[in-house]
Design a protein around this ligand. Sequence first.
Ligand code: F6R
Length: 369
Amino acid sequence: EKGGYDTFMEKEIHEQPHAVADTLLGRTKDDGELVLDELRISEERLRDIDRITVVACGTAAYAGTVAKYAIEHWTRIPVEVSLAHEFRYCDPIVDERTLVVSISQSGETMDTLMAVKHATELGALTLSICNTHGSTIPRESDAVLYTHAGPEIAVASTKAFLAQITACYVLGLYLAQLRGETYADDAKSVMTELRDMPDKVEELLGRMDRVVEMARFMADSRAILFLGRNVGFPVALEGALKLKELAYIHAEGFAAGELKHGPIALIEPGQPVFVVVPGPDTPHELHKKVVSNIQEIRARGARTIVIAHDGDEDVVPFASEVIRIPQCSPMLAPLLAVVPLQVFALHLASAKGLDVDQPRNLAKSVTVE
Ligand code: F6R
């Protein structure tokens, strides 16, 4: 049942190219135009949306944060991401023109369900991005966009995360398409590129030997930090979460720009820091800025483990290790950059002799508030 792998988590990490491909399947025409009749919401109603609020917990909320950057960029609709348990009790500003998008692998997370019910009471349009057919959250929502990752057994979420991000891209690009010409051309070209992502994830999975080796010799680490910027920020948060959950190591993710506002005080000789580097063509010189962050922490003795695109040579002088990911446009990079972080957490936890599929104190779906 584990398909030749030692753990469900490892199997599910390797199923990620399919999770992305299957989530795209049947939702586009050859020229990249999106078809989402399955939502059963009128185009007029969707065009009327003037605000999006994503509600989710844990890994699903990080997928939502990737969605915020992407959907705002593609559609210019303001997107807010709210942890579902906070949303429910913070007197949220939501009305009939708000689309509340919930993201949940299980479809049974009580915090997320309560947020959706509250959004409905407030008159919002609710859309569920969910991996489990017929589960409660999609049933309580006006519309559903299923992710097709297949059943996720390991407690720590991996393939569902990639599928959630993919579904969010599909939703964002569809809204861009509905909003007309200025947005639609861009949407089509991103969609075309999105269809190449499963092959790139597959290629990346074939390059993980060094990451596995690093995980083994870092098994005694006491704390590991993760930095990222823009869509790389939620990737850093997810890398830290995987390590906490699986390896019980103190791990924290930061927005790289925040470093000088405090966290840089944590840097001492030998401190491992993963840095998710934006692609060299990311707007606003973010690539250069993150490279200079790497230089700063390296100068203070950090062990810098840098996740960078193929061909990005600027990082090399300041990196203790470089993990290479295939080139892609900046917005799509989370689908690649998170993979080495998942593999790292998995193998570090195994090296410590821990139960990777069932970490202590955690349940696959949290059905209490
Ligand atoms: C992380 C993890 C949790 C879930 C969260 C939401 O590996 O598994 O953080 O992502 O509990 O669960 P769902 O997506 O089922 O609502």
